[in-house]
Design a protein around this ligand. Structure first.
Ligand SMILES: [Zn+2]
Length: 311
């Protein structure tokens, strides 16, 4: 059975040590994960965890204490200021498969897009990488105090920012997104966004709004995007999704109506897909829908629905 990447590994986040400094014996890291522009360092199919004295880390920016993994205290280090050879720079595309190799590291180690390796990492490695990507991304986009506009500074080993001018504390954000397995009888509702690669369809999803319950967000999003009305909603599973800071909340939703009225600003197409068709999708034999990407919660929910494990 396929699992949910970033689905959790009981990483000990060692939150009590956030009061310590990296220089304290108690809080000093044993290993450091360099992250270049959101890409973790990889060593084969594992994370590239370096000893703190490694020269790659000599000019790093922000450090964040991630927690204790296999008895070792692990920090993330932002090395985004490093400039790789021009040929290795990422291209702007839906999924960028380029890899960046640092001259001070062996060739098997490289920086790569997390989406390409998330299913190969161990659950612990995936949780560490997702946490590092999400929180370093938050620091990069929240440099200035939203109360007074002054530049704020990281405190609590990277888990807060504090404004030196007005004293406001800022906390890392997580953005809840509902993702819905909408079913009616023997069929499930799939949609596709205009920017997606050809043949890619997925479950409907959307950001929750302030003041809204999970159930209400599911009903609103489905009705806005397709006109389909929703009855019962229940929670199934969730997935931290650090692109840049989402929490995907997977729900089962029973449709009360079938006719589809597309919102063309949100979706290019939406359709009901039967279990028989979905079996072809997973086998790779469907004429116009390709198999879901491995590791994402949409594929996990669809596979379990197809196998009858959600009832
Ligand atoms: Zn301020």
């Amino acid at each position: 059975v396929e699992s949910i990447a970033f689905g959790g590994s009981h990483l000990d986040r060692a939150a009590k040590l956030r009061e310590t400094g990296a220089g304290d014996a108690q809080g000093a890291p044993d290993r450091v994960l360099p992250v270049w522009r959101g890409r973790p360092l990889l060593d084969g199919d594992a994370l590239g965890l370096l000893p703190p004295s490694h020269p790659v880390l000599s000019e790093t920016g922000l450090r964040v204490l991630l927690g204790r993994a296999d008895g070792l205290l692990v920090e993330a280090a932002d090395i985004s200021a490093w400039v790789p050879p021009e040929a290795d720079l990422p291209k702007d595309s839906f999924f960028d498969a380029s890899e960046q190799r640092h001259p001070l590291l062996p060739p098997r180690m490289r920086f790569a897009e997390l989406r390409g390796v998330m299913t190969q990492l161990s659950p612990l490695g995936a949780e560490i990488a997702a946490t590092a990507k999400a929180i370093l991304g938050w620091h990069a986009s929240h440099r200035f105090c939203s109360a007074c506009g002054q530049e704020s500074a990281a405190v609590q080993r990277g888990w807060q920012r504090k404004c030196p001018a007005c004293g406001t504390l800022h906390f890392p954000r997580t953005d809840p997104v509902v993702i819905m397995l909408v079913t009616r009888g023997n069929s499930v509702l799939l949609g596709r966004s205009p920017a997606w690669p050809q043949g890619m369809f997925s479950l409907l999803a959307g950001f929750m709004e302030p003041g809204e319950t999970i159930e209400a967000a599911v009903r609103r999003e489905v009705e806005e995007e397709t006109g389909v009305r929703i009855g019962a909603v229940r929670y199934l599973a969730c997935q931290p999704w650090p692109y840049p800071s989402s929490l995907m909340i997977g729900c089962a939703a029973e449709a009360l109506s079938e006719a589809i009225t597309l919102d063309p600003a949100e979706l290019e197409a939406a359709r009901w897909v039967s279990r028989e068709e979905m079996a072809m999708v997973f086998q790779g034999t469907h004429p116009d829908i390709r198999a879901p990407r491995k590791g994402a919660i949409a594929g996990f929910l669809l596979e379990n629905w197809l196998a009858g494990r959600l009832d």
